[in-house]
Design a protein. Structure first.
Length: 532
């Protein structure tokens, strides 16, 4: 009797592998993983999976449209007992069809030799670490991938970045009358703002990019990239990929950790730039994006980049001073957090990012909503790149798009590019004697120019002498990287301080004559300037 029971359990578990197993997308050769081929499902799996995905997609859209649907049902008088009974029968039929489709899909997979072999490999890999490498021969839905590395598997030293937040005590009366507003903030933050700030977390958008993501991931794997699942402190499962160029490229001994934009994914994102430049690269998708689980938030992104850093050091074998942090757009937030927490990293390169998201959020929303926008940003999405980056003491390189239309408060107006304010904030912190009011005005004129020709005109206006500025820097720092804030410039005359401010701008920032979403050419991926 007991043996029969065990056989039933084993058969049921075996069946579950096929019914609820992950979708297999691509198979790579066992040895070289080059020239992979798409998985070819049989008709049973293809048709049943098409039905399941279509219904799931429709249900997701209905959830988003539920307020409109509810209003329509109410106006049409479809809330009577007969209508409710009919709707219940439809839902029951749909549920039965859904279950039958899962059974048919499972049977179709069971009849496919490729899927049978894959599910055997997946089952073995979950129970035997020696077989884990075999998973690299398959591309499949990432939820089924076993965890390769946990956030607590290493104890690398980091800075204590916890900050005390003062909470004003409110009376019972004030808490009571403010409760509806707090509830409204919560609804706006989670139902509306999160989707605007992180559109890449929307499933319909991920479905629209599904083929590009699959092809981009396949290209990386066929070049030898290693995929891994990293478990962060808040239990989010982070999808990462590592391309090792040590002993293959001149820059391969340096690892570039890439953080993507708010609708970017490592499969088709900014990893391309340092990869072509010959660096080892490590990409990751933020929580809720593509293969990563969870939802994007301040805390989840901080936990995600933290486990990525731990993985790079403890598992991949890079020292912190062999790591460059690189980010595009909103990826500047997790980058700046990592730079603040791990100040020993070699350098920071930030492309097309902002100082603080609040100014951008306010300009995109109606003026009457400015108060609630401020409260939502402050309480739920305080993405302050500048505040965190000021606590990083190492070399920084900013890249600004001259035709920027996303992180400007006025599209295509360089003077309103929030990268300007990030740069000025960094320079004010590092060189307070240089960044006087007059110098900041000159820098603002320079950054407000429409093109390189306009920038040169500003330099001539202030009699800019690059050689003299460089000599002054070399004489003061004597090739040594400074501790910040620096006393540099305390005895300079005002005119030369202005020239020096323009010199520092030229060293800390590069300008790419393009729009926000244009891929960054690898020629712009240069190590930041240091005093030498």
């Amino acid at each position: 009797m007991a043996v029969a029971g065990l056989n039933i359990v084993a058969s049921w578990n075996f069946l579950m592998r096929y019914i609820f197993g992950p979708k297999l997308m691509r198979i790579f050769p066992a040895k070289t993983r080059s020239a992979g081929r798409d998985f070819d499902p049989n008709n049973l799996e293809f048709l049943s999976d098409l039905f399941i995905s279509t219904v799931s997609y429709a249900l997701t859209l209905s959830v988003y449209a539920s307020p409109l649907l509810a209003g329509y049902i109410y106006r049409k008088g479809m809330t009577t007992a007969n209508h409710v009974s009919y709707l219940s029968k439809c839902l029951a039929t749909l549920g039965a069809s859904f279950g039958l489709a899962y059974l048919i899909r499972g049977f179709g997979r069971y009849r496919n030799p490729d899927y049978v072999r894959f599910t055997e490999v997946l089952h073995e890999a979950k129970h035997d670490m020696q077989k884990r490498a075999l998973l690299q021969n398959y591309d499949f839905e990432f939820f089924a991938w076993p965890v390769d590395f946990r956030w607590d598997e290493s104890d690398i030293r980091s800075e204590d970045v916890q900050e005390s937040i003062e909470h004003n005590e409110m009376s019972y009366f004030r808490r009571t009358i403010s409760a509806p507003f707090k509830a409204l903030e919560y609804v706006v933050a989670h139902g509306f703002a999160r989707r605007l700030i992180y559109p890449g977390s929307l499933k319909w958008l991920q479905n629209a990019f599904a083929n590009q993501l699959k092809e981009g991931r396949a290209s990386l794997i066929e070049q030898g990239a290693i995929r891994a699942k990293l478990l962060s402190k808040d239990e989010s499962e982070i999808d990462s990929v590592f391309l090792d160029k040590r002993n293959l490229e001149l820059n391969g001994s340096t690892l570039v950790i890439c953080s993507e934009g708010n609708a970017g994914f490592y499969e088709v994102g900014c990893m391309t730039t340092p990869r072509i430049a010959g660096f080892s690269v490590l990409g990751w998708n933020r929580p809720g994006f593509a293969g990563s689980s969870g939802v994007p938030s301040v805390e989840s992104e901080q936990n995600a980049i933290d486990v990525v850093i731990h993985y790079a050091v403890a598992k991949l074998g890079f020292r912190l001073d062999e790591i460059i942090l690189f980010a595009w757009s909103i990826g500047g937030f997790p980058l700046s957090y990592a730079a603040m927490k791990y100040p020993e990293v070699k350098a920071v390169i930030v492309d097309a990012t902002f100082d603080n998201i609040l100014a951008l959020a306010k300009c995109k929303m109606p003026k009457f909503a400015s108060n609630i926008v401020e409260d939502v940003i402050e309480n739920y999405f305080p993405l302050n790149v500048e505040k965190q980056l000021l606590r990083y003491p190492g070399p920084i390189r900013l890249i600004r798009r001259l035709q920027e239309e996303i992180i400007t408060t006025e599209p295509f107006n360089p003077a309103t590019n929030r990268a300007n304010f990030l740069l000025i904030g960094i320079l004010k912190h590092r060189y307070p004697n240089i960044m006087t009011e007059e110098s900041i005005n000159a820098v603002s004129d320079f950054l407000g120019a429409q093109d390189v020709i306009g920038q040169d005109d500003v330099k001539r206006t202030y009699n800019y002498d690059e050689a003299a500025c460089e000599n002054a820097v070399n004489e003061y720092f004597q090739g040594q990287w400074s501790r910040f804030p620096s006393d540099f410039g305390s005895h300079m005359n005002p005119d030369f301080r202005t020239q020096m401010a323009l010199f520092l701008v030229s060293k800390y920032m590069d300008h790419f004559d393009s729009t926000h979403c244009t891929p960054l050419p690898y020629a712009y991926f240069q190590l930041p300037w240091m005093h030498d």
